[in-house]
Ligand binder design. Sequence first.
Ligand SMILES: [Zn+2]
Length: 356
Amino acid sequence: MMQNGNVICHDAYPICQGCFSPPLNSLQAVECSSCCVSFQMETLSVLFVIFLRPSHGFTSYRSSYTYNAEPRLRLCTAGSVSKSSFGYNMYASNGPLRWHRISTCCGGAKQSPVPLSTRGAACGQPYTLTYSQSQAASVSSVTYNNGQTATMTFPKRRLSLSDVPRRQGCTFLLGEIHYHAGITGDTGSEHWLEHTGYGAEVHLVHYNRKYSGIVEATSKPDGLAVIAILIQKARTSPNSELRRYVRLVSRLKANDAKLRTTIRPLLLLPHSKEFFIYEGSLTSPPCSESVLWVVMRQPLQLSSRGLQMLRNLPRKGGRVLATYTNVRPEQELNNRLVETNFPCSDNLDAFNTPNI
Ligand SMILES: [Zn+2]
C-alpha cells in the first residue's frame, strides 16, 4: 500500500500495487506520487459527475472503480473475536444479521461474500496465480474443530503464492484451509456464481509474507489472499485429495484433540485456473476488510455422501454444522470492481454438470 496525504493508491493503478516498505526509493516515490495525483483528480471529476447526475448508475470499469474510492479509504479492521461469541442462526441475537454489533466492520462497505457475475465485471485480465512448489507438494498439517468449521493449519513458509493480482511484488503463504457448508446442494457456498449456489466452499487462506501470520495480516489492507473453491454436489468425487480432506473432517469430534496428517493442498485446486477477484473481507466476525478474494470458476465435484460428511461436523450440545450451517448471507457489492481472467463471453455452464 502506498499513501500520499489522505489518498491511498493501494490498487488503483498498477504502478502503486507493490509491497514497498518505507522508506521508498526516489523512483517509487515519484511514481506513486504522480499516480496519487491522477487518482485525486479522477475522484474529483467523478464526484462532479455525481453532483450533476443524482441517479448515478456507473457500469464502466473506470467509473465504478473511482466511485468506489471513498469506501476503500475507510479500511475497516478490528480486534479478534471469539468463535463462541457469534453464530449462524438468523434469528439469534448473535446471528449474521447482528454481527455488526459484535464487530462494526461487519457493517462495512467492503464485506464478503458477494454474488459474482461477469455482468459488469472487467473480464479477460491477464492474471495468473503461481505457487513456488509443485502441485503435488505434500505438507504436514494439524486439523481441529473450532466449533464453527474444521481448521487445517500448516507450518510456516511451506507453500508460497506469488503473482497475486492487485498485489504485485507480494508473496503470500498458505496458512489455513477451512470450509463452509449448507443444508442443501445449492445453499452451502458463500459465493454464488451467475446466480448459482453450490453445496460447500473450501477456503485456502494465505497471508502476506511480510506479516508474522494470519492474525497480524488480518489487520492489514494487503494482509490476506483467500482462494475460494466451490464444491458441487455430484454423483462421484473424482478429486482424491478432496476425498481425503473430507475423510479427515469426518474424524473430528466436538472439542477433539488435534489431528495430524499430511496433505497436498494444491491438488484441491480445480483443473481450470480461471477465477473472479474482488476486494472484500473475512466472512465471519471480526469481518476485517483485508482480503483479496480469488474465487475459482470451476467447481470441484463431491458426492452426496461426501457433502453429508462435511455437514455432520459436530458442534457442542449435540448439534452438527448443518443445524444452522456456517454460511454468511450475501453482502452488497457496493460498486466494487469485480475482475476475471477469462472472457465475459465464456459460458459458465461449461463447468456445471447436472446436479443429482
Ligand atoms: Zn471461510
